[in-house]
Unconditional design. Sequence first.
Length: 692
Amino acid sequence: MALLVLPRALDASVEQLPNVGPLNAKRLAKLGIKTVRDLLLTLPFGFETYGGPTEIATLEPGTQATVVGIVTSVTAKITRNRRMKLTEAVLGDGSGGKLRIAWFNQMYLAKQLHKGDRIAVAGTVKRGYAGLLEMQNPHHEKLAADEEVQPSRVGGLMPKYHLVDGLTSRRIASWVSSALPLADHIEDLLPEEVRAPHHLLGVVEAVQRGHRPEGDAEFREARRRMAFAELFELQAAFATMRANIALEPATKIPYRQDVIDAFKTGLGFDLTTAQRKATWDAFKDMDRAVPMNRLLDGDVGSGKTAVAAACAAMVHAAGMQSVVMAPTEILARQHLRRFRAYLEASFPDLRVELLVSGLGAPERRRVRTAAASGHCALVVGTHALIEDDVEFANLGLAVVDEQHRFGTRQRELLRAKGQGRPHFLAMTATPIPRTLALASYGEMTLSVIDEMPPGRTPVETEVIEPDERDRAYDLVRAEIRAGHQAFVICPLIEESEVLAAKSATAEYERLKKEVFTDLELGLIHGRLKEKDDVMQRFVAGEIQVLVATAVVEVGVDVPNATVMMIEGAERFGLAQLHQFRGRVGRGSAASRCLLLSSDTTESSLERLTLLTRIADGFTLAEEDMRIRGMGELMGARQHGMSDAAMESLRTPELLSEVRQEAERVLASDPGFEHHPLLKAAVARRLELTSIS
Ligand code: ADP
Ligand code: MG
């Protein structure tokens, strides 16, 4: 193959490999695989071990096996109850047994396979209908009739790669095969002095063994090396960022006891211990000439806003301004009310203003002028804040709420609104395990609010299977009768059109006509112009049932809402479901969360059941991680990490070791000048984060 002798072949697009083509290249790109090097560096996440061909008569249900046999029948049909497309075949091998094969949603197979074909299948053996042995969705390979011909592509050890629609592990494995001869040329980014003490394989060996291990031990060694290298690269980038940030001067915000005393007096409640600790962390950071760069992570309703307000008060006392950016207008308006309530009584000259694009031009101009002249101490708003014409006289603090909803670029634009570098506080209500937070937000310091304000009743959560839907509606009705309000959440309209079974609009119409005919319904979704209007009517109690997409995910506070019904719950991550659930249980009345799932497989139900048992977001995240692995928990790509790296974080000491190594190398070689590969990788990471 000519490709293999080209220099720089590792940097070539995967499209250059045989049988990839533009469509598959696009699919691979979704997995973060663009070049041949990327492909080689992406190890399988596991292997299926089917072993060599076994006779049907000796198959054991519950095991993985390879079977070679003759097709005795093939039929295509649609299943009656779940309306799935099914290709069914029966296989015999002369051993006296029969094996039923069922392939779902692969109708083309019915055309490709014929009675009398000799094929190999590899899959898990089950005891199926009428006691017949069966395999569902096995891998298969058509073989020549000649008995001598053995399967070459199925059976034995088969790698499992992460996939997107249209790809199979087998196809990826075949592309890896054609690229594998190039593995010898992959350069090692891990310095020898880091590799040796941790007994890590070199990159070439890791790639070769990782895709083609002799056994499980070899595979795990290869994965460990890859995960370490990836975390190391990431931590090297974070160490560089921290070093860069520390170079830029910020204005010190001196700590003043009288300010915090006044703040507490005006607040109307006592700060929780966790809030006090987070506030104190931030005050210490801001009292330095190095800009604060802190992430405040706390469950929905844990009271992050009060911490931000305390910071704004301190910044104001130092004669500087603060800005708070939220992802939606609804949330920005709620912040406006809340910051005013927290601050204006104790600090009469601390003006809080709102800047969102929904404002009229004269009002926008007025707020812009107030910000630019230094007249207002705190501006809360949405993306409208980062427009060019918004300026601040002397910005001391920038806060981003629900920070995961913004790109790095947007956060940077907000920070750039100051003359120097403002202190920076990011807030998130995505409780994630501490190690993961440190691994993925390594350039920030972390404060965790792991305590709820007193007086909350936990939300009673229930998983409701499809045939119990009416019971869910009855529960909703009962709450409404008691004078409360309800949310019905549908899968997002625009973000996942493919997966969204019901658009919120259709669901709203249906509920109005067929289910809650006597109730006042409202609809809210991202594309709706009159979002705020609808929300106001819900807050005012005029709407009894609010049908919504994920817009309401973020911190809207309606204490009278006591029931949250979530459609297609299995499609959301647990963290997101937990966030939805946080919309209720905000008042003193007992609240419910009803998770409707159309996926009744055991694993899916088990996952949802976690929510019924666990009320605390952090514990939930840890449990979800234990069950599914970190990668799936958060979406590895979202954290810029492979699942192998995520997985390795389960060893808690690993991260701090990697971090120390990265810092040690950076300290001995500032800018990684003597580690060119590492330098380039770090530069790439930094560039990625600045445009994401
Ligand atoms: P988060 O933004 O972390 O989800 P909020 O800041 O919106 O939470 O706070 C949720 C609610 O709890 C608000 O109504 C807030 O006024 C109230 N709250 C916050 N801290 C306390 C506290 N220490 N004691 C009582 N209520 C509090
Ligand atoms: Mg909030």
